[in-house]
Design a protein around this ligand. Structure first.
Ligand code: ZN
Length: 411
């Protein structure tokens, strides 16, 4: 399959409302590009292959047995609302869904949006089936201003448990029965059901230079990593990507960046290459990891929230993220390496650092670096409205990120 048959970023964002859909979409594009799916690591590892587990995936293209590693990481999850196992609420003439908050949501951004439901069901035999319904199914209604007179002065006050419960009809409806009908699976043993804004991803602005969608953090990086790996020729390096679930809740899970998924694959590759323990550690010491997660672009209405000399502009390329307190993993050597890589291909690159009085978030970079001992560089496309139900970035920056990733995999 040619690269033209791969999804555009807009198509990808609409096709991937959950981490499970990210892993499935990545699997499908890797398969089309000739990568072989493996379900177990106990046998010979194919030259180009991938291992997908739940909402996470690791893919690789093996280099020579003495090659060092070039790894790109990103995360497949985004903050959202998830339907609880005992979902049904019926009160005051409203049919509602019991939900749990996932990650650091901007709560107000979820109000008064038409929401769809997507995820996976597991049947009586343990088989997994993905589902997605992008029709208007649910909504979290904001309180009218007449019943909340000083809301514009005091700001929207939302209790996570009381005020974020979506309505999804006026007649009683068991969620499990709706799911059975909608997923086409008769005997559902358990499910993951995530709410998402059904508004399609869109180019925005008089010049269409902006891109608005849910889940830009961090599916811009997931999409870019897949394109970079699929498009890059084999090189002297063993090139890999990892898309991890559970970053938004700290990465500690079997498929999160703090779990063993990536290191298990790396160990198996070293074993297949016949490396001794010492040679394996030499490989680790000469390898690089590029951890891609979006950065905060300077906000025109809040410029004072940025360190003025390290405030990324949209459409001026990805930002390398530095933080002496190791909230980002980029070392001085890493900063030099990625700047050299970008310069060699004329790819614009910026530097992000947060203000000392507004600590930055973190990402998979420091966790992956700690787990593997591989020197890691944190980069990301600058965006606004991070963790909103609908985020925004520059329309030109994702392709700069793809170019940077491709150059990184060869350098
Ligand atoms: Zn992120």
């Amino acid at each position: 399959m040619s690269k033209n048959s791969r999804m555009t970023l807009l198509e990808w964002l609409d096709a991937c409302p959950t981490p499970f859909h990210v892993a499935a979409q990545a699997s499908s594009e890797l398969t089309s590009a000739g990568f072989t799916s493996v379900t177990q690591l106990g046998y010979e590892i194919p030259q180009t292959g991938f291992l997908a587990v739940d909402g996470s995936i690791v893919a690789w293209r093996l280099g020579s047995s003495s090659s060092s590693l070039r790894i790109i990481g990103a995360h497949s999850d985004s903050p959202n609302l998830r339907v609880l196992p005992n979902a049904d609420i019926y009160q005051h003439g409203w049919s509602q869904l019991a939900v749990e908050m996932y990650g650091g949501l901007l709560l107000n951004s979820w109000l008064d949006r038409d929401l769809g439901i997507a995820g996976r069901v597991i049947d009586a035999n343990g088989k997994v089936h993905l589902f997605s319904d992008s029709t208007a199914l649910a909504r979290i209604p904001q309180l009218a201003i007449h019943l909340d007179r000083d809301v514009n002065e005091k700001g929207v006050q939302l209790d996570k448990h009381q005020h974020m419960t979506p309505v999804w009809g006026s007649e009683t409806q068991k969620f499990s029965e709706w799911l059975t009908k909608n997923s086409g699976v008769d005997h559902i043993a358990a499910y993951d059901a995530h709410l998402f804004d059904i508004t399609p991803a869109a180019l925005l602005g008089h010049d269409k230079s902006l891109l608005a969608s849910g889940r830009l953090d961090d599916q811009v990086s997931c999409w870019s990593a897949i394109n970079a790996l699929c498009d890059s020729a084999s090189s002297e390096f063993t090139t890999m990507i990892v898309l991890n679930d559970h970053e938004e809740v700290g990465s500690s899970s079997s498929t999160g960046a703090a779990g063993p998924m990536l290191s298990s694959v790396i160990d198996c590759i070293s074993q297949q290459h016949g490396l001794s323990t010492g040679q394996h550690f030499d490989r680790i010491a000469s390898s690089w990891c590029l951890s891609a997660d979006n950065a905060h672009a300077i906000h025109p209405n809040y410029p004072e929230r940025h360190e003025p000399r390290h405030a990324p502009h949209i459409n001026e390329g990805p930002a390398v993220k530095v933080n002496a307190n190791q909230r980002y993993a980029t070392s001085t050597r890493g900063l030099a390496h990625i700047q050299n890589v970008a310069k060699s291909k004329d790819i614009p690159l910026q530097v992000f650092a947060s203000r000392n009085n507004i600590p930055c978030g973190s990402t998979i970079g420091p966790i992956t670096a700690t787990q593997l001992g591989i020197e890691t560089i944190d980069v990301g496309v600058p965006q606004l409205s991070m963790h909103s139900a609908r985020e925004m970035c520059g329309a030109h920056d994702p392709s700069y990120l793809v170019e940077l990733m491709k150059a990184f995999l060869q350098s």
